[in-house]
Ligand binder design. Sequence first.
Ligand SMILES: Cc1cc2nc3c(=O)[nH]c(=O)nc-3n(C[C@H](O)[C@H](O)[C@H](O)COP(=O)(O)OP(=O)(O)OC[C@H]3O[C@@H](n4cnc5c(N)ncnc54)[C@H](O)[C@@H]3O)c2cc1C
Length: 541
Amino acid sequence: MEQVDVVVLGTGAAGLTAAVTAHEMGATVAVFEKADQVGGTTAWSGGQVWIPNNPHMSEVGVEDSREQALTYIMSLSRDLLEERLVEAYVDAGPEMIELLEAKTPVQFYAVAGMPDYHPEFPGGSVGGGRTLECPIYPFDELGAWAERVTPSPYFADPHITMSETPLGKAVPQPPSEEELARRAERNERGCGQALIGRLLRACLDRGIEPRTSCAGRELIVEDGTVVGVVVDTPEGRTEVRARKGVVLASGGFEWNQDLCRAFLRGPMTHPVSIETSTGDGLLMAMKAGAMITNMREAWWMPAGAVPPEANRMGRVLVNGQRTLPHSIMVNKRGRRFTNEAANYNAFGAAFHVEDVSRFEYANLPCWLVFDQEYVDRYGFRVSSGGDGSRVPHWLPRGETLDELAEQLGIDAAGLTSTVERWNQLCAEGHDPDFGRGDSAFDRWWGDPHRKGRRDATLGPLARGPFYAFEIHSGALGTKGGPRVDPHARVLDLDGDPIPGLYAAGNVMGSPFGMTYGGPGGTLGPAMVYGFLGGRHAAGRG
Ligand SMILES: Cc1cc2nc3c(=O)[nH]c(=O)nc-3n(C[C@H](O)[C@H](O)[C@H](O)COP(=O)(O)OP(=O)(O)OC[C@H]3O[C@@H](n4cnc5c(N)ncnc54)[C@H](O)[C@@H]3O)c2cc1C
């Protein structure tokens, strides 16, 4: 029977950070991954990591402090956040960055300008700096492992970083064709690929080779202590003993319909994460007697369905598209219902609003409606591939708003009066109805050439044809799970740690409640709690 100090389940940011940290603290580590490739949703992501008060902020001229960071996060609490978990996150974030940068190829720089998701709240950062990302990473340094990192269905060009997209700079500076060709030579990758590539290299350097197609199935518990895991491998079922601890880092439960039905507070039909996020870690923790928390929440994300030729998931995240001028979102009554340029996580609440008298969801279904001006200026991108200049044939359209409404089966009079109202607000230069363009956040997203101005997001729908793209309630991942303490130890129903059991990342009951602090707000806590769990487990007697 195999025996190590620490067993980690999952190879996303949480799992690999836990593995590297535990090893740095002197532990022997084994990592198991259910999928046949490594990296999880992290490898599909933008790879941005939100760490307040991080050591790189001063390089982009932004000041921060522990107090400011705590004030900001707690101002978003709505009485759902446990202050000690937020403190642990804020305190350990810079330590985690320093450890990785000192001991591994995982390096970061701060992204200037990209605001927090609620920058006007007390302690919020308008000027960015809390968001970190990794420099592009040459995958030829991974040898044969380069092919074993799951590629992102969403970023058609793996050689760019998030901050090189229109989101990342005050004036967009995409890499030149020559630079992209140069990067292709050594397979230099950005975004979540860079983060996973670097973390994976750190593991391989320590002799930790993740074992793929190996799913943790059940915790081995003896006298109330977790002492190992039963793992399903291609060779059969086996027991792996963990002298010091098991770190659950197996992602959320968004691809498990039964768990979604049981726990989420409203519809979530279009997860955009990796399909192996089926709640395995949650179920293992529950069987071991864990208290669970934050179960109704997810990192919500408006998503659209696209034909399979657009990308292999058949869906896209709807982020930049809905923040651009000359577009609004409407429900089936043809009414706007929220600030379309708000951060994606906030949409979860808008999608779950009930129309009580009609006994239906008020804002599902809903559509992004835009005009020809929008198409001419920005194109219509359903994935990051292609030039986006042509509107796909399958997209509903109408020469007039009435025609479009008829196609969609929605209230035509409602749509016409909504557009008239919107156009009038755009002419006046502000949106008192939903506050679109009021926040520095809205003015950063939107038209990259008008960053910082209200018209980065305000613009009329005046020129047909008009188009509509149905938007669904999606998520980057769920964020409910076993309740943990500031060492990432899983707690039982009495609030006592279950000895030997840790959780980090989307599998855990998030310390963030219903909020999303800023760009990188899921990977930040995933890595910090991976670090805390790995460190504590390695130090256990
Ligand atoms: C397109 C996109 C862009 C994003 N951009 C960002 C961003 O820039 N910043 C940010 O903060 N967040 C971003 N996110 C969200 C972020 O990627 C996730 O929240 C994060 O990756 C979760 O990390 P994790 O380690 O908890 O899970 P994952 O990275 O999903 O890793 C979990 C792993 O566990 C494995 N697993 C599951 N069950 C088992 C089992 N029984 N045994 C062993 N292994 C198991 C899974 O296969 C998976 O590989 C983005 C998401 C998407 C889809």
